[in-house]
Ligand binder design. Structure first.
Ligand SMILES: CC(C)(COP(=O)(O)OP(=O)(O)OC[C@H]1O[C@@H](n2cnc3c(N)ncnc32)[C@H](O)[C@@H]1OP(=O)(O)O)[C@@H](O)C(=O)NCCC(=O)NCCS
Length: 226
């Protein structure tokens, strides 16, 4: 059974009532499994809350991978959410443009998080398969990530393609993994992984002052990079 048979892969995000309480729902069959879709701006507040739940806010923002994501936009067409039966965000995965050493375009994968209610149902795997398939279809050559090798090896990731690469901060080499989508895309890659994604729009000073005067906080997506 393929992931698309197990999980509905849709191009549009169902309406997600951001402020609705999450019902106590336990997925017990694929008939009620979350649907994977491209992320939309409406998903971002719930995505942020899910990441805080999965990793802890301070810990996730301190990650070295975050230095490659902050202030950037994710790669076009490569930010995914899975939505539960009520339309709320149940899982998230994004990919980001980087260069793996000089002039070596690649994608950085992460964060990947599945809400505890939906874990061990194959949803993380479905998101990974969707991301890898879409990145391949869009012509990307390679994916890098920092994560647990015992989980990511099943998708073909290993430490071999990253042996000559460094992250811009502390990292464990045993968790620095790569996957070539195009054979040889990371062959001989050597140097620092650096961000190359589009710079995210930041609110102007006058917008920030106007919001503060009106008693409105900046949207989470603008307070910090995703
Ligand atoms: C890791 C995570 C995304 C997996 O999502 P998921 O939907 O449960 O994944 P799947 O259902 O596709 O796979 C579940 C399997 O992966 C295993 N697994 C989960 N996390 C693992 C890990 N860190 N290392 C090794 N195996 C892991 C589970 O034990 C399970 O094994 P089983 O199928 O033999 O029972 C989810 O547990 C999560 O969000 N964790 C918190 C955030 C996190 O750690 N993200 C990844 C950063 S490395």
């Amino acid at each position: 059974m393929t992931f698309s048979e197990r999980f509905e892969l849709t191009a549009a995000t169902p309406a997600a009532p951001v402020h609705a309480p999450v019902p106590a729902f336990a997925a017990t069959s694929f008939a009620t499994a979350p649907a994977i879709a491209l992320e939309t701006p409406a998903d971002i507040p719930q995505r942020e809350a899910l990441l805080d739940l999965a990793f802890g806010r301070a810990a996730r923002l301190a990650k070295t991978s975050e230095r490659l994501r902050e202030g950037r936009r994710p790669a076009e067409g490569l930010a995914f959410c899975a939505h539960g039966p009520d339309g709320r965000v149940a899982a998230t995965l994004r990919l980001w443009h980087v260069t793996a050493g000089p002039a070596r375009p690649a994608l950085l994968l992460g964060p990947l998080a599945v809400h505890p209610w939906f874990r061990s149902l194959g949803l993380g795997g479905a998101l990974m398969s969707t991301a890898i398939n879409e990145a391949t279809r869009l012509g990307h050559g390679a994916i890098l990530l920092i994560g647990d090798a015992p989980y990511y090896e099943r998708f073909g990731f290993s430490t071999a393609p990253t042996a000559g690469l460094w992250m811009p901060g502390a990292f464990e080499r045993s968790r620095f993994l790569g996957l070539e989508l195009v054979p040889g895309a990371l062959a001989g890659a050597r140097g620092l992984v650096s961000p190359t994604g589009e710079i995210a729009a930041q609110p102007s000073m006058s917008e920030l002052i106007a919001r503060e005067s009106a008693g409105l906080a900046a949207p989470a997506a603008e307070r910090r990079s995703a």
